[in-house]
Design a protein around this ligand. Structure first.
Ligand code: RFL
Ligand code: PHB
Length: 389
Protein backbone atom coordinates (compact mmCIF):
# COMPACT_ATOMS: atom_id res chain seq x y z
CA UNK A 1 0.00 0.00 0.00
CA UNK A 2 1.08 3.58 -0.56
CA UNK A 3 -0.16 6.90 0.79
CA UNK A 4 1.23 10.41 1.12
CA UNK A 5 0.87 10.70 4.91
CA UNK A 6 0.59 7.69 7.21
CA UNK A 7 -1.07 8.63 10.51
CA UNK A 8 -0.46 6.33 13.48
CA UNK A 9 -3.33 6.61 15.98
CA UNK A 10 -7.03 7.19 15.31
CA UNK A 11 -7.70 9.42 18.33
CA UNK A 12 -8.81 13.04 17.96
CA UNK A 13 -5.37 14.30 16.75
CA UNK A 14 -5.01 11.67 14.04
CA UNK A 15 -8.57 12.06 12.82
CA UNK A 16 -8.51 15.87 12.72
CA UNK A 17 -5.18 15.91 10.90
CA UNK A 18 -6.55 13.39 8.38
CA UNK A 19 -9.64 15.54 7.86
CA UNK A 20 -7.73 18.81 7.29
CA UNK A 21 -5.33 17.10 4.87
CA UNK A 22 -8.21 15.46 3.02
CA UNK A 23 -9.81 18.89 2.46
CA UNK A 24 -6.59 19.92 0.69
CA UNK A 25 -6.52 16.79 -1.45
CA UNK A 26 -3.75 15.05 0.52
CA UNK A 27 -4.06 11.29 0.84
CA UNK A 28 -3.77 9.67 4.29
CA UNK A 29 -4.15 6.28 5.95
CA UNK A 30 -4.98 6.13 9.67
CA UNK A 31 -3.66 3.10 11.57
CA UNK A 32 -5.35 2.44 14.92
CA UNK A 33 -4.50 -0.24 17.48
CA UNK A 34 -7.94 -0.47 19.11
CA UNK A 35 -11.38 -1.33 17.77
CA UNK A 36 -13.58 1.50 16.54
CA UNK A 37 -16.14 0.94 19.30
CA UNK A 38 -13.42 1.28 21.94
CA UNK A 39 -12.05 4.52 20.49
CA UNK A 40 -15.52 6.05 20.12
CA UNK A 41 -16.55 5.07 23.66
CA UNK A 42 -13.64 6.72 25.54
CA UNK A 43 -14.71 9.47 27.93
CA UNK A 44 -12.17 12.22 28.35
CA UNK A 45 -11.98 15.95 27.78
CA UNK A 46 -14.92 18.30 28.00
CA UNK A 47 -13.76 21.87 27.46
CA UNK A 48 -12.85 23.25 24.04
CA UNK A 49 -10.93 26.47 23.57
CA UNK A 50 -12.05 29.15 21.21
CA UNK A 51 -9.32 28.27 18.68
CA UNK A 52 -10.20 24.57 18.87
CA UNK A 53 -13.80 25.35 17.90
CA UNK A 54 -12.63 27.48 14.95
CA UNK A 55 -10.33 24.66 13.81
CA UNK A 56 -13.18 22.12 13.97
CA UNK A 57 -15.34 24.53 11.94
CA UNK A 58 -12.53 24.88 9.39
CA UNK A 59 -12.35 21.09 9.18
CA UNK A 60 -16.08 21.00 8.37
CA UNK A 61 -17.03 19.14 11.55
CA UNK A 62 -18.45 22.04 13.58
CA UNK A 63 -22.15 21.47 12.94
CA UNK A 64 -23.09 19.53 16.09
CA UNK A 65 -20.58 21.47 18.16
CA UNK A 66 -22.36 24.69 17.14
CA UNK A 67 -25.83 23.40 17.98
CA UNK A 68 -25.13 21.09 20.93
CA UNK A 69 -22.07 22.68 22.59
CA UNK A 70 -22.51 24.91 25.65
CA UNK A 71 -20.74 28.26 25.55
CA UNK A 72 -19.25 29.16 28.94
CA UNK A 73 -18.28 32.76 29.61
CA UNK A 74 -16.66 32.10 32.97
CA UNK A 75 -15.77 29.63 35.68
CA UNK A 76 -16.00 29.45 39.47
CA UNK A 77 -13.09 28.98 41.85
CA UNK A 78 -14.01 27.80 45.35
CA UNK A 79 -11.74 27.75 48.41
CA UNK A 80 -11.99 28.15 52.17
CA UNK A 81 -15.79 28.21 52.20
CA UNK A 82 -16.14 30.94 49.57
CA UNK A 83 -16.53 31.06 45.79
CA UNK A 84 -15.73 33.64 43.14
CA UNK A 85 -16.11 33.81 39.39
CA UNK A 86 -13.55 34.49 36.68
CA UNK A 87 -15.29 36.21 33.79
CA UNK A 88 -13.64 35.09 30.54
CA UNK A 89 -15.64 37.49 28.38
CA UNK A 90 -14.83 40.50 30.52
CA UNK A 91 -11.11 39.73 30.65
CA UNK A 92 -10.49 38.38 27.13
CA UNK A 93 -13.64 38.86 25.03
CA UNK A 94 -13.58 35.09 24.46
CA UNK A 95 -15.27 31.98 25.86
CA UNK A 96 -14.88 28.19 25.91
CA UNK A 97 -17.34 25.55 24.74
CA UNK A 98 -18.32 22.47 26.72
CA UNK A 99 -18.57 19.62 24.21
CA UNK A 100 -17.23 16.17 25.05
CA UNK A 101 -14.20 14.63 23.38
CA UNK A 102 -16.42 11.60 22.78
CA UNK A 103 -18.62 13.79 20.56
CA UNK A 104 -15.63 15.37 18.78
CA UNK A 105 -14.30 11.88 18.01
CA UNK A 106 -17.70 10.74 16.73
CA UNK A 107 -17.97 13.80 14.43
CA UNK A 108 -14.46 13.19 13.07
CA UNK A 109 -15.12 9.47 12.45
CA UNK A 110 -18.37 10.27 10.64
CA UNK A 111 -16.60 12.84 8.42
CA UNK A 112 -13.87 10.33 7.52
CA UNK A 113 -16.38 7.56 6.84
CA UNK A 114 -18.40 10.00 4.64
CA UNK A 115 -15.49 10.62 2.29
CA UNK A 116 -14.31 7.02 2.36
CA UNK A 117 -10.98 7.75 4.09
CA UNK A 118 -9.09 4.61 5.13
CA UNK A 119 -8.91 3.73 8.82
CA UNK A 120 -7.25 0.44 9.64
CA UNK A 121 -8.58 -0.64 13.04
CA UNK A 122 -7.01 -3.22 15.32
CA UNK A 123 -3.61 -2.93 13.64
CA UNK A 124 -1.06 -4.62 15.91
CA UNK A 125 2.71 -4.11 16.28
CA UNK A 126 2.66 -0.87 14.30
CA UNK A 127 6.21 0.29 13.55
CA UNK A 128 7.53 3.41 11.76
CA UNK A 129 10.60 2.43 9.69
CA UNK A 130 13.34 4.20 7.70
CA UNK A 131 12.14 7.66 8.80
CA UNK A 132 15.57 9.22 8.32
CA UNK A 133 15.71 8.09 4.68
CA UNK A 134 13.82 9.26 1.59
CA UNK A 135 11.61 6.16 1.69
CA UNK A 136 9.90 5.84 5.07
CA UNK A 137 7.27 3.19 5.64
CA UNK A 138 5.14 1.74 8.42
CA UNK A 139 4.55 -1.94 9.12
CA UNK A 140 1.72 -3.50 11.11
CA UNK A 141 0.09 -6.86 11.69
CA UNK A 142 -3.52 -7.71 11.16
CA UNK A 143 -5.27 -11.08 11.03
CA UNK A 144 -1.94 -12.86 11.36
CA UNK A 145 -0.33 -11.15 8.33
CA UNK A 146 2.30 -8.38 8.21
CA UNK A 147 1.50 -5.34 6.02
CA UNK A 148 3.53 -2.39 4.82
CA UNK A 149 2.47 1.18 4.02
CA UNK A 150 4.95 3.30 2.04
CA UNK A 151 4.60 7.05 2.47
CA UNK A 152 6.25 10.48 2.40
CA UNK A 153 5.65 11.27 6.07
CA UNK A 154 4.76 9.32 9.22
CA UNK A 155 2.76 11.17 11.86
CA UNK A 156 2.72 9.82 15.42
CA UNK A 157 -0.71 10.66 16.83
CA UNK A 158 -0.65 7.56 19.01
CA UNK A 159 -0.98 9.08 22.46
CA UNK A 160 1.28 8.88 25.49
CA UNK A 161 1.68 5.07 25.40
CA UNK A 162 2.17 4.91 21.63
CA UNK A 163 5.15 3.56 19.73
CA UNK A 164 6.11 6.61 17.65
CA UNK A 165 7.93 8.61 20.32
CA UNK A 166 9.81 5.51 21.45
CA UNK A 167 11.31 4.97 18.00
CA UNK A 168 13.23 8.27 18.30
CA UNK A 169 16.70 7.32 19.59
CA UNK A 170 17.60 8.32 23.16
CA UNK A 171 20.49 10.39 21.85
CA UNK A 172 18.06 12.57 19.87
CA UNK A 173 15.22 12.78 22.37
CA UNK A 174 14.99 14.76 25.64
CA UNK A 175 12.11 14.16 28.02
CA UNK A 176 10.89 16.46 30.79
CA UNK A 177 8.51 15.04 33.35
CA UNK A 178 6.69 15.80 36.59
CA UNK A 179 4.51 13.12 38.15
CA UNK A 180 2.01 14.50 40.68
CA UNK A 181 1.44 12.56 43.90
CA UNK A 182 -2.31 12.08 43.30
CA UNK A 183 -4.89 11.14 40.68
CA UNK A 184 -8.40 12.19 39.65
CA UNK A 185 -11.37 9.94 40.25
CA UNK A 186 -13.96 10.87 37.61
CA UNK A 187 -17.65 10.04 37.54
CA UNK A 188 -20.11 10.53 34.69
CA UNK A 189 -23.75 10.53 35.77
CA UNK A 190 -27.10 11.02 34.11
CA UNK A 191 -28.04 13.95 36.35
CA UNK A 192 -28.45 17.70 35.79
CA UNK A 193 -25.16 19.58 36.45
CA UNK A 194 -24.99 21.25 39.87
CA UNK A 195 -23.81 24.55 38.35
CA UNK A 196 -24.29 26.20 34.95
CA UNK A 197 -20.52 26.90 34.88
CA UNK A 198 -17.64 24.72 36.08
CA UNK A 199 -16.58 24.84 39.74
CA UNK A 200 -12.89 24.20 40.53
CA UNK A 201 -12.68 23.63 44.29
CA UNK A 202 -9.64 23.76 46.54
CA UNK A 203 -10.47 21.97 49.79
CA UNK A 204 -8.50 20.59 52.72
CA UNK A 205 -9.78 17.09 51.87
CA UNK A 206 -8.46 17.53 48.31
CA UNK A 207 -9.41 19.12 44.99
CA UNK A 208 -12.84 18.67 43.37
CA UNK A 209 -14.27 19.70 40.00
CA UNK A 210 -17.90 19.99 38.89
CA UNK A 211 -18.20 19.80 35.11
CA UNK A 212 -20.85 18.69 32.66
CA UNK A 213 -21.62 17.37 29.20
CA UNK A 214 -25.22 18.58 28.77
CA UNK A 215 -28.39 19.51 30.74
CA UNK A 216 -28.75 15.96 31.93
CA UNK A 217 -25.21 14.64 31.98
CA UNK A 218 -22.70 15.67 34.64
CA UNK A 219 -19.00 15.01 35.01
CA UNK A 220 -17.44 15.28 38.48
CA UNK A 221 -13.88 14.68 39.67
CA UNK A 222 -12.18 14.41 43.05
CA UNK A 223 -8.48 14.21 43.89
CA UNK A 224 -7.51 10.78 45.26
CA UNK A 225 -4.20 9.33 46.52
CA UNK A 226 -2.13 7.48 43.93
CA UNK A 227 -2.55 4.28 45.92
CA UNK A 228 -6.36 4.43 45.65
CA UNK A 229 -8.42 2.07 43.49
CA UNK A 230 -11.73 2.71 41.76
CA UNK A 231 -13.25 -0.39 43.40
CA UNK A 232 -12.93 1.38 46.74
CA UNK A 233 -15.35 4.03 45.59
CA UNK A 234 -19.02 3.08 45.66
CA UNK A 235 -21.29 5.74 44.15
CA UNK A 236 -22.52 6.80 47.59
CA UNK A 237 -18.98 7.19 48.93
CA UNK A 238 -18.10 9.33 45.90
CA UNK A 239 -21.12 11.63 46.31
CA UNK A 240 -20.51 12.03 50.05
CA UNK A 241 -16.89 12.99 49.46
CA UNK A 242 -17.72 15.39 46.62
CA UNK A 243 -20.32 17.16 48.77
CA UNK A 244 -17.75 17.77 51.48
CA UNK A 245 -15.33 19.41 49.05
CA UNK A 246 -17.61 21.77 47.09
CA UNK A 247 -19.28 24.98 48.37
CA UNK A 248 -22.21 24.38 50.71
CA UNK A 249 -24.78 25.92 48.36
CA UNK A 250 -23.69 23.51 45.60
CA UNK A 251 -23.60 20.51 47.95
CA UNK A 252 -27.15 21.28 49.10
CA UNK A 253 -28.51 21.29 45.55
CA UNK A 254 -26.35 18.52 44.05
CA UNK A 255 -28.47 15.87 42.38
CA UNK A 256 -26.83 12.46 42.66
CA UNK A 257 -27.50 9.32 40.68
CA UNK A 258 -26.02 6.11 39.43
CA UNK A 259 -22.58 6.50 37.81
CA UNK A 260 -22.37 5.64 34.10
CA UNK A 261 -18.58 5.59 34.19
CA UNK A 262 -16.04 5.78 36.98
CA UNK A 263 -12.26 5.76 36.61
CA UNK A 264 -9.04 7.05 38.14
CA UNK A 265 -6.45 8.88 36.02
CA UNK A 266 -2.94 9.74 37.25
CA UNK A 267 -1.71 13.32 36.79
CA UNK A 268 1.49 14.07 34.94
CA UNK A 269 3.28 16.84 33.04
CA UNK A 270 5.48 15.46 30.26
CA UNK A 271 7.18 17.00 27.24
CA UNK A 272 9.35 15.34 24.61
CA UNK A 273 11.79 17.41 22.53
CA UNK A 274 12.08 17.55 19.57
CA UNK A 275 8.69 16.68 18.09
CA UNK A 276 10.27 15.57 14.83
CA UNK A 277 12.82 13.00 13.73
CA UNK A 278 13.43 12.89 9.98
CA UNK A 279 10.07 12.32 8.36
CA UNK A 280 8.42 11.27 11.64
CA UNK A 281 6.42 14.01 13.38
CA UNK A 282 4.82 13.74 16.83
CA UNK A 283 1.43 15.30 17.56
CA UNK A 284 -0.66 15.63 20.75
CA UNK A 285 -0.34 13.25 23.69
CA UNK A 286 2.35 11.30 21.81
CA UNK A 287 4.68 14.23 22.53
CA UNK A 288 3.23 15.84 25.65
CA UNK A 289 0.87 15.31 28.54
CA UNK A 290 -0.59 17.90 30.88
CA UNK A 291 -2.57 17.33 34.08
CA UNK A 292 -6.27 17.90 33.27
CA UNK A 293 -6.73 20.82 35.70
CA UNK A 294 -6.46 23.49 33.01
CA UNK A 295 -8.46 21.51 30.42
CA UNK A 296 -5.57 21.83 27.97
CA UNK A 297 -4.69 18.31 26.69
CA UNK A 298 -7.02 17.99 23.73
CA UNK A 299 -6.69 21.67 22.89
CA UNK A 300 -2.92 21.40 22.80
CA UNK A 301 -3.14 18.32 20.60
CA UNK A 302 -5.28 20.35 18.19
CA UNK A 303 -2.89 23.31 18.08
CA UNK A 304 -0.16 20.82 17.03
CA UNK A 305 -2.54 19.57 14.34
CA UNK A 306 -3.04 23.15 13.17
CA UNK A 307 0.71 23.83 12.80
CA UNK A 308 1.46 20.50 11.14
CA UNK A 309 -1.51 20.53 8.75
CA UNK A 310 -0.57 24.02 7.54
CA UNK A 311 3.05 22.89 7.02
CA UNK A 312 2.05 19.72 5.11
CA UNK A 313 -0.49 21.58 2.99
CA UNK A 314 2.15 24.19 2.08
CA UNK A 315 4.63 21.41 1.22
CA UNK A 316 2.21 19.57 -1.06
CA UNK A 317 1.18 22.88 -2.68
CA UNK A 318 4.82 23.26 -3.74
CA UNK A 319 5.62 26.01 -1.23
CA UNK A 320 8.62 24.24 0.29
CA UNK A 321 9.28 22.58 3.62
CA UNK A 322 10.02 25.61 5.85
CA UNK A 323 6.84 24.97 7.84
CA UNK A 324 7.87 21.36 8.42
CA UNK A 325 11.34 22.50 9.48
CA UNK A 326 9.80 24.95 11.96
CA UNK A 327 7.06 22.62 13.25
CA UNK A 328 8.80 21.25 16.34
CA UNK A 329 10.00 24.65 17.55
CA UNK A 330 6.67 26.40 16.89
CA UNK A 331 4.57 23.68 18.50
CA UNK A 332 6.88 23.35 21.54
CA UNK A 333 6.74 27.08 22.27
CA UNK A 334 2.97 26.79 22.79
CA UNK A 335 3.25 23.41 24.53
CA UNK A 336 5.53 24.84 27.24
CA UNK A 337 3.18 27.75 27.88
CA UNK A 338 0.12 25.50 28.21
CA UNK A 339 2.15 23.12 30.40
CA UNK A 340 3.09 26.00 32.67
CA UNK A 341 -0.57 26.98 33.03
CA UNK A 342 -1.70 23.40 33.72
CA UNK A 343 1.06 22.97 36.30
CA UNK A 344 0.08 26.27 37.95
CA UNK A 345 -3.64 25.40 38.09
CA UNK A 346 -2.76 21.98 39.51
CA UNK A 347 -0.35 23.36 42.10
CA UNK A 348 -2.76 26.10 43.16
CA UNK A 349 -5.83 23.92 43.55
CA UNK A 350 -4.66 20.52 44.88
CA UNK A 351 -3.61 19.39 48.33
CA UNK A 352 -0.14 17.83 48.20
CA UNK A 353 0.62 15.02 50.69
CA UNK A 354 3.77 16.83 51.88
CA UNK A 355 2.23 20.30 51.88
CA UNK A 356 3.86 22.08 54.82
CA UNK A 357 2.55 25.22 56.51
CA UNK A 358 4.54 27.50 54.22
CA UNK A 359 3.22 25.97 50.97
CA UNK A 360 -0.27 25.96 52.43
CA UNK A 361 -0.13 29.71 53.18
CA UNK A 362 1.35 30.39 49.73
CA UNK A 363 -1.55 28.56 48.13
CA UNK A 364 -4.06 30.56 50.17
CA UNK A 365 -2.29 33.81 49.22
CA UNK A 366 -2.31 32.79 45.54
CA UNK A 367 -6.06 32.21 45.61
CA UNK A 368 -6.73 35.41 47.60
CA UNK A 369 -4.70 37.33 45.00
CA UNK A 370 -6.68 35.71 42.21
CA UNK A 371 -9.93 36.67 43.90
CA UNK A 372 -9.06 40.35 44.16
CA UNK A 373 -6.69 41.13 41.28
CA UNK A 374 -8.05 41.89 37.85
CA UNK A 375 -4.55 41.25 36.40
CA UNK A 376 -4.42 37.76 37.95
CA UNK A 377 -7.93 36.99 36.68
CA UNK A 378 -6.95 38.15 33.18
CA UNK A 379 -3.91 35.84 33.26
CA UNK A 380 -6.08 32.86 34.19
CA UNK A 381 -8.80 33.75 31.66
CA UNK A 382 -6.32 34.33 28.82
CA UNK A 383 -4.74 30.92 29.35
CA UNK A 384 -8.02 29.10 29.97
CA UNK A 385 -9.71 30.30 26.77
CA UNK A 386 -6.45 29.42 25.00
CA UNK A 387 -3.39 31.28 23.77
CA UNK A 388 -3.51 32.22 20.10
CA UNK A 389 -2.12 29.80 17.53
P1 RFL B 1 -5.23 9.86 22.27
O1 RFL B 1 -6.62 10.37 22.50
O2 RFL B 1 -4.57 9.14 23.37
O3 RFL B 1 -5.27 8.95 20.96
C1 RFL B 1 -4.19 8.14 20.58
C2 RFL B 1 -4.69 7.00 19.73
O4 RFL B 1 -3.59 6.22 19.30
C3 RFL B 1 -3.91 4.84 19.49
N1 RFL B 1 -2.63 4.10 19.64
C4 RFL B 1 -2.06 3.40 18.65
N2 RFL B 1 -2.44 3.16 17.39
C5 RFL B 1 -1.64 2.37 16.64
N3 RFL B 1 -0.49 1.82 17.09
C6 RFL B 1 -0.06 2.04 18.34
N4 RFL B 1 1.09 1.50 18.77
C7 RFL B 1 -0.85 2.85 19.19
N5 RFL B 1 -0.75 3.27 20.45
C8 RFL B 1 -1.82 4.02 20.72
C9 RFL B 1 -4.77 4.83 20.73
O5 RFL B 1 -5.57 3.65 20.80
C10 RFL B 1 -5.61 6.08 20.51
O6 RFL B 1 -6.79 5.84 19.79
O7 RFL B 1 -4.23 11.04 21.86
P2 RFL B 1 -4.54 12.39 21.01
O8 RFL B 1 -5.30 12.07 19.75
O9 RFL B 1 -3.26 13.11 20.92
O10 RFL B 1 -5.57 13.21 21.93
C11 RFL B 1 -5.19 13.72 23.18
C12 RFL B 1 -6.41 13.82 24.11
O11 RFL B 1 -7.10 12.58 24.11
C13 RFL B 1 -6.01 14.19 25.54
O12 RFL B 1 -5.03 15.21 25.53
C14 RFL B 1 -7.21 14.70 26.39
O13 RFL B 1 -8.16 13.69 26.58
C15 RFL B 1 -6.74 15.23 27.74
N6 RFL B 1 -7.84 15.68 28.61
C16 RFL B 1 -8.43 16.92 28.44
N7 RFL B 1 -8.06 17.71 27.43
C17 RFL B 1 -8.69 18.91 27.22
O14 RFL B 1 -8.31 19.64 26.30
N8 RFL B 1 -9.75 19.34 28.01
C18 RFL B 1 -10.19 18.60 29.03
O15 RFL B 1 -11.18 18.99 29.66
C19 RFL B 1 -9.52 17.35 29.31
N9 RFL B 1 -9.92 16.56 30.31
C20 RFL B 1 -8.29 14.85 29.66
C21 RFL B 1 -9.34 15.33 30.50
C22 RFL B 1 -7.74 13.58 29.87
C23 RFL B 1 -8.20 12.82 30.92
N10 RFL B 1 -7.61 11.52 31.07
C24 RFL B 1 -8.37 10.35 31.08
C25 RFL B 1 -6.18 11.39 30.94
C26 RFL B 1 -9.81 14.57 31.55
C27 RFL B 1 -9.22 13.33 31.79
C28 RFL B 1 -9.71 12.57 32.99
C1 PHB C 1 -14.29 17.54 31.94
O1 PHB C 1 -15.43 17.99 31.79
O2 PHB C 1 -14.03 16.34 31.75
C2 PHB C 1 -13.20 18.44 32.38
C3 PHB C 1 -13.45 19.80 32.49
C4 PHB C 1 -12.45 20.66 32.92
C5 PHB C 1 -11.20 20.14 33.23
C6 PHB C 1 -10.94 18.78 33.09
C7 PHB C 1 -11.95 17.93 32.67
O3 PHB C 1 -10.23 20.97 33.66
Amino acid sequence: MRTQVCIIGGGPSGLLLGQLLHLSGIDTIVLERQSRAYVKGRIRAGVLENGTCSLLEKAGVGMRLRTEGFVHNGTFIAAAGRQFRIDFQKHTGKSVTVYGQTEVTRDLYEAREDHGGIIIDEGQHVLPCNVTTKSPYVTYEKNGATHRIDCDYVIGCDGFHGISRQTIPDAVRSEFEKVYPFGWLGVLSQTPPVSHELIYANHERGFALCSMRNENLSRYYIQTPLSDHVDHWSDSRFWDELKQRIPEAAADTLITGESLEKSIAPLRSFICEPMRWGSLFLVGDAAHIVPPTGAKGLNLAFSDVHYLSEALIAFYAGDGDEGLERYSKTALARVWKASRFSWWMTTTLHRFPDQGDFSQRMQEAEIAYLETSSAAQTALAENYVGLAF
